[in-house]
Design a binder for this molecule. Structure first.
Ligand code: PHE
Ligand code: NA
Length: 507
């Protein structure tokens, strides 16, 4: 007998959860520096083009697949066409990798929220504290370290326990509720943080630096490619997340209306983060008497070195630190939940098991592997390599192949457009099909090619001072292994409970 598919409590909870997935580390520590380095104020033009011609059309594409075929990524792809199931598993495996290292970042952010209250890192010691006293960072030698600093290990275990509890509670009581609590909290905290940053001395210099347009940058194709690459990452599109979430929507739902809300909400949050981060960097530059351009960083160093420095020096610094790291923690948790749901949902469909047994069976081993890999003293270099390969290839590669297969081989775009238009306020037509089936595959293949050439040409290992084996095994090796494992998973047979779902008319 078939059990009924879980569902979000309402369309609003779905929208909040989709925004929760989209708004993440990318908004806070990636967008500001990407925009700054790609033309400042002028970057808004390629950015908006990418949002309108790639981000939002692809959100619609993901929603259409998840909602029409009502399944996790592999089940939806299996119902779309007998031969495309492996693509769904490939998306699942990318989420396995991202989920493993996201947990480490969330754990660092969570404990740094606590450290902020007393500025534990010590004024002037911020970098030394993060890399040595906190992470006890080791350069990877012949193998990964098996030493686990307690301050990393314990928060990581707690993060996993918390996430497993949320996910075991299901879509409505777990994921929906967590987003309903954390997203309003995140929004309020972040707005207060931005206001506090804007009041710091030097904030105006930071904003000037951030918004001053460099129109020349628009002539550079790599700036446009950067804008498209960022939008894919930022909206968490084309690798199973939005497919999974929309499979939990009720039949009668305005899909395109939801997509527009999610797309614009995520971008608003990015611009807001750009303002907050650059106001704070302007203050830091003034306090250290350097140019703003010298104070700009991104990623873990921006979050865990620059922001502690700002908190050490600012008026009401502990509050600024708590707001910043609290925001990072909540933004990370709501993204992480969406990543892990792709995995749990896929195995639930394949095995026909209930929510709790599937969650425990899938997430406990993942939690152990994640902790063993990323809580050790070589966690940061490993995280850097894995993140680089997942972001440059994993996501873009799977997005390109999915679009090409669905649009050109399975020729499903007309049906998907019809499905979108059935209930939606904003209708799509030929132009949408042209973007999704024509322009975007080309953009993606170009993006992929240029990343590939870059990685080969300036050996990633050499450029970053990492040993060759680390990049071969955890970069190239992992990327290849994902494809092989995806094909193997697609060969395992489905639970008899799921089999009747292959009928595309299934409801
Ligand atoms: N969209 C998230 C962000 O902007 C990042 C993310 C990527 C989340 C992949 C889930 C999966 O930070
Ligand atoms: Na985002």
């Amino acid at each position: 007998k078939r059990t009924k598919r879980e569902a979000f409590g309402s369309r609003n909870v779905f929208i909040i959860s989709a925004i929760g997935s989209a708004v993440g580390l990318g908004n806070i520590w990636r967008f500001p520096s990407v925009a700054y380095e790609s033309g400042g104020g002028a970057f808004l033009i390629p950015y908006l083009c990418a949002l309108l011609t790639a981000g939002i059309p692809l959100l619609f594409f993901d929603y259409a697949i998840g909602h029409k075929y009502r399944g996790s990524a592999p089940l939806a792809m299996r119902r779309l066409n007998k031969r495309t199931e492996a693509l769904g598993w490939w998306q699942v495996l990318i989420c396995v990798i991202i989920g493993m290292y996201y947990a480490a970042i969330v754990a660092w952010a969570a404990i740094y929220t606590v450290y902020s209250a007393r500025l534990t890192w010590g004024k002037g010691q911020e970098e030394e504290f993060f890399l040595n006293k906190y992470l006890h960072m080791e350069a990877p030698g012949a193998s990964l370290s098996t030493t686990f600093p307690k301050t990393v290990l314990i928060p990581m275990i707690l993060v996993w326990v918390f996430i497993i509890i949320v996910m075991s509670a299901g879509i409505r009581k777990g994921i929906g509720r967590a987003n309903n609590i954390f997203m309003p909290l995140l929004t309020v905290m972040f707005i207060i943080l931005v206001i506090q940053s804007l009041m710091l001395p030097g904030a105006a210099n930071g904003l000037n630096e951030f918004f001053t347009p460099n129109w020349e940058a628009l002539k550079d194709t790599s700036v446009w490619i950067t804008a498209y690459g960022h939008i894919f990452f930022s909206l968490s599109i084309a690798f199973g997340i939005m497919v999974t979430y929309s499979s939990y929507l009720k039949r009668k739902t305005d899909l395109t209306g939801s997509g527009l809300v999610v797309g614009f909400a995520n971008s608003s949050f990015e611009i807001l983060a750009g303002i907050g981060v650059f106001a704070a960097l302007g203050f830091m530059a003034q306090a250290q008497n350097v140019a703003v351009s010298e104070a700009v960083t991104s990623g873990p160093i921006l979050a865990f070195v620059a922001f502690p420095t700002i908190a050490s020096n600012a008026f009401m610094g502990p509050m600024l630190g708590v707001l910043f790291f609290g925001s990072l923690t909540f933004a990370g948790i709501t993204s992480m939940v969406s990543i892990l749901e792709v995995i749990v949902s896929a195995f639930q469909d394949k095995l026909g098991w209930g929510r709790v047994p599937t969650t425990l069976t899938v997430l406990l081993p993942l939690a152990v592997a994640s902790t063993l890999m990323f809580a050790s003293t070589t966690g940061l270099p490993l995280l850097d390599v894995v993140d680089k390969f997942v972001n440059s290839f994993g996501i873009t590669f799977v997005a390109a192949v999915t679009l090409i297969v669905v649009a050109w081989f399975a020729r499903k775009l007309p049906e998907l457009a019809e499905h979108l238009n059935h209930r939606s306020s904003f209708k799509v037509g030929k132009f949408w099909m042209f973007l999704v089936g024509g322009l975007l595959p080309v953009v993606l293949v170009y993006l992929l090619g240029s990343e590939f050439v870059k990685l080969i040409r300036d050996s990633y290992a050499v450029a970053n001072g990492y040993p060759e084996w680390l990049v071969s095994i955890f970069g190239w090796g992992m990327a290849g292994a994902l494809i092989v494992v995806a094909v193997l998973l697609s060969l395992i047979s489905w639970s008899s409970k799921s089999k009747d779902k292959f009928d595309p008319e299934f409801d």
